[in-house]
Ligand binder design. Structure first.
Ligand code: SAM
Length: 480
């Protein structure tokens, strides 16, 4: 979880170039001060941006062209944070949020904005990042309109909810209020699919009935910390993981019996042990409590078995579109040798393997790589192999040993590509290259260096996370 200071540091680094135009004169302003503000545009985190005496002011929940009254919550050298107190003149694109809890927790940053405008925003954020970093030729990049969802709700196939017991004994499960450790109960959440929520609600009931001790953050006592449910769109299977404060799980037998009786869709129950106070949700040890080790999902006609910690895109319907865009952009032939870098459970490379000579992929999570290799066998694919390790160490090794790819797809985490990885790409210069990005800032930054060898044919944004400010894009690159 982000502390408010790291959030602000992040914000400092992510100013769009327009925000750095000239030095800001000293403005006398205090926390708690209220004033009216006209909102000019949305920032990369989906918050409204206005200028108070030329000082940039971030207002979550405010929309472009609105006149609002705000209250200052944080004063920094180069910016102000403020909360929205009143909307005096509303945007024609403002809509009533579907979720009562929107605005309290992360994951609903844009729920008050009409969906067509959310899609425009996601393209615009990429444009803002390009303007900031100015990769070679950026003014001429083609930014295609964002591919959205027909129904932009109920898409998340995984819920990872913290659990707490209130003083009156009520057990709640949900997400932390932004920047705090106050848990917001989420029996409903419009972005979650029904399967994940139904199972969480029932599990909370069972924990109460059986009086399983819930983790108490203040005293470090109790057992159940987090409930994780993941569902498969194709098979309807659900996997449950209890993240616990110790290996011991009191009333385990009764709990598993109840799950069997009341939740037949749950085919896999796991326990992840994560002792003590830590900001990480997952511990190192995962054990099976009952059922299968995996649930099976299907994507583009291929089956994927998923262990609890393996990454899978959170929006199955849009994942299909994302991969189809990547396949189109790669334009592969049978002769190609593809590297599926940052592979997760191998979903991209394995859906492409039958169009290719050979696939190699890598990921840092050993369980994901086990899943990827097992998934290759499950789909009768014998020209794909996956390896545990970092992309920046394995790709140079393969090249040094004489194995050179001529096609590359990278799908890195938010931090983008490592320097060594970029250097290796520039050295190998695969003819076919697609960059899938979940962070426009690091994408634009990486494109500056990649621009030495590649030109950007187009950027296709795809809305993987409706109602949030998160942006995903497929970038087709061609060798200069
Ligand atoms: C955005 S996910 C993409 C996963 C996969 N391509 C998919 O579509 O499901 C990024 C993946 O990169 C992995 N990862 C993080 N750092 C890495 C590194 N330095 N080298 C290789 N993989 C890494 C993570 O474990 C995660 O599975």
């Amino acid at each position: 979880m982000k502390s408010s200071s790291s959030y602000n540091e992040h914000r400092d680094r992510n100013f769009s170039h327009n925000d750095r135009r000239e030095p800001v004169e000293e403005v006398q302003v205090e926390v708690g001060q209220r004033f009216p503000l006209t909102i000019k545009r949305l920032g990369i985190n989906g918050e409204g941006i206005g200028y108070y005496k030329r000082k940039i002011t971030f207002v979550p929940g405010a929309l472009p062209d609105e006149v609002v009254v705000v209250e200052v919550t944080h004063v920094a050298a180069h910016f102000l944070n403020a909360s929205l107190r009143q909307v005096r003149e509303a945007s024609p694109h403002r809509v009533e949020p579907h979720d009562a809890k929107a605005g309290e927790v992360g994951g609903f940053e844009l729920e008050h904005l009409a969906y067509p405008q959310q899609l425009e925003f996601k393209r615009d954020v990429i444009q803002q990042s390009l303007e900031r970093y100015k990769p070679r030729g950026w003014q001429h990049f083609t930014l295609k309109p964002t591919i959205g969802m027909e129904n932009p709700y109920h898409y998340r196939n995984k819920a990872q909810f913290q659990v707490r017991q209130l003083e009156d004994g009520t057990i709640i499960a949900g997400l932390y209020k932004e920047g705090t450790h106050d848990l917001v109960d989420l029996p409903e959440a419009g972005t979650q699919n029904e399967a994940t929520l139904t199972v969480i609600r029932e599990l909370v009931k069972m924990l109460g009935e059986l009086e399983v001790p819930i983790y108490d953050e203040e005293h470090g006592s109790g057992i159940i910390k987090t409930l994780v449910t993941r569902s498969s769109e194709a098979t309807g299977e659900v996997q449950v993981t209890f993240v616990t404060n110790s290996k011991k799980l009191p009333r385990k037998r009764q709990l598993l019996e109840l799950i069997k009786k009341r939740l037949p869709q749950v085919v896999s129950v796991m326990q992840n042990v994560n002792p003590g106070k830590t900001s990480l949700v997952w511990g190192d040890e995962t054990v099976k409590l009952t059922g299968q080790d995996y649930i099976t999902e299907e994507l583009l006609g291929h089956k994927f078995q998923l262990s609890p910690r393996a990454f899978l895109q959170l929006n199955p319907k849009q994942t299909t579109k994302l991969y189809q865009e990547a396949i189109k952009a790669l334009g592969l032939t049978r002769a190609n040798r593809l590297v599926d870098a940052y592979s997760g459970v191998g979903t991209i490379g394995l859906t492409l393997a039958d169009k290719l000579g050979e696939v190699r992929g890598m990921d840092t999570i050993p369980e994901a790589i086990d899943d990827a290799n097992r998934n290759a066998a499950l789909n009768d694919i014998d020209n794909a192999e996956y390896f545990t390790g970092t992309a920046e160490s394995l790709l140079p090794q393969w090249v040094a040993n004489g194995w050179r790819p001529d096609a590359l797809v990278v799908d890195p985490p938010r931090a983008g590509l490592d320097e060594t990885m970029i250097d290796t790409i520039l050295q190998v210069r695969p003819e076919k290259f697609v960059y899938i990005s979940c962070n426009p800032s690091t994408l634009a930054k990486d494109l500056v260096e990649l621009g030495e060898a590649y030109r950007v044919d187009y950027i296709q944004s795809i809305d993987m996370f409706p109602q949030t400010a998160r942006v995903e894009a497929v970038v087709k690159l061609s060798r200069r």
